[in-house]
Design a protein around this ligand. Sequence first.
Ligand code: ATP
Length: 288
Amino acid sequence: MLIHSFAKLNLALAIINKRPDNYHNLNTLFERISLGDKIILKTRRDKLIKIHCSAQGVPRDKANLCWQAARLLQDKFGIEKGLDIKIIKRIPVAAGLGGGSSNAASVLLALNKLWKLKLSKSRLAALGVQLGSDVPFFIYNAPFAQGQGRGEKIRPLDKLHKVKLWHILVTPKIHVSTPLVYKEFDAFSGLTKPASNVKIIISKLAKKNPLFKPGLLFNSLEPVTLKLYPEVGRIKAKLKRLGLRNNLMSGSGGAVFAIVASKEEAVRVARRLKKEQATWRAFAVSTI
Ligand code: ATP
């Protein structure tokens, strides 16, 4: 069974507060994008779950979120079969693009069918959030959705179903540690509150008006990641020099994206960056 597993961007990410369970309440706007991994699932007769992946930084043991997703369903529903899971990675790892969470959601959705579990989306999302805060977004499989709580309260934005954005997306070679970014955020940042930006962005998108004024796109974690990983700031500065002032970091970073006017512009900027900046990866991606 071949499955596709797409990445996400956070068009906005506002941290509202820290909760007693140490997670943070967020208000975020997710976008599913055309950059994705492929996953191939094959049934095994024994009960083992084996991960096959050659990408650097992706664990091949039980730390892999695909392994955890499969084991969760195996245990909960007494499944006696095992799985070979091959991951063909294209989504940069630990970049704020939700690759691991997306892979976990794809495996949950596929096994729900393969093992005829008949679980609803909300049940799968409730199981998925145990694996990662971004898993529920990918379970709902919507191009745009608002996420609240720790990101697990998902409201798919059906009114945006005709909106297709183009982006230039740039990732540094470094891997960003999400726990470290949140730790630093808790230690040094005052809480910022432009949660209302999410509402404004949604209404602008609904009016097909996606080239926002600089400053509207917002991510509470960006200043913290910029301090910890200066390379991310160099990407932002480069995009600014190319006239893309309205760029933003996704998730806890270090991927940085900008909304551009057309596919041609996205491809042109991606080509140029690939030539000029060998240590970065650059992609032309769209909403999917
Ligand atoms: P986070 O959810 O931590 O913000 P991210 O979106 O920035 O993650 P991921 O690509 O999901 O980045 O990688 C985060 C970490 O998850 C990696 O460092 C890796 O060790 C681990 N990981 C586990 N399973 C996977 C997987 N299937 N694909 C990628 N990374 C995985």
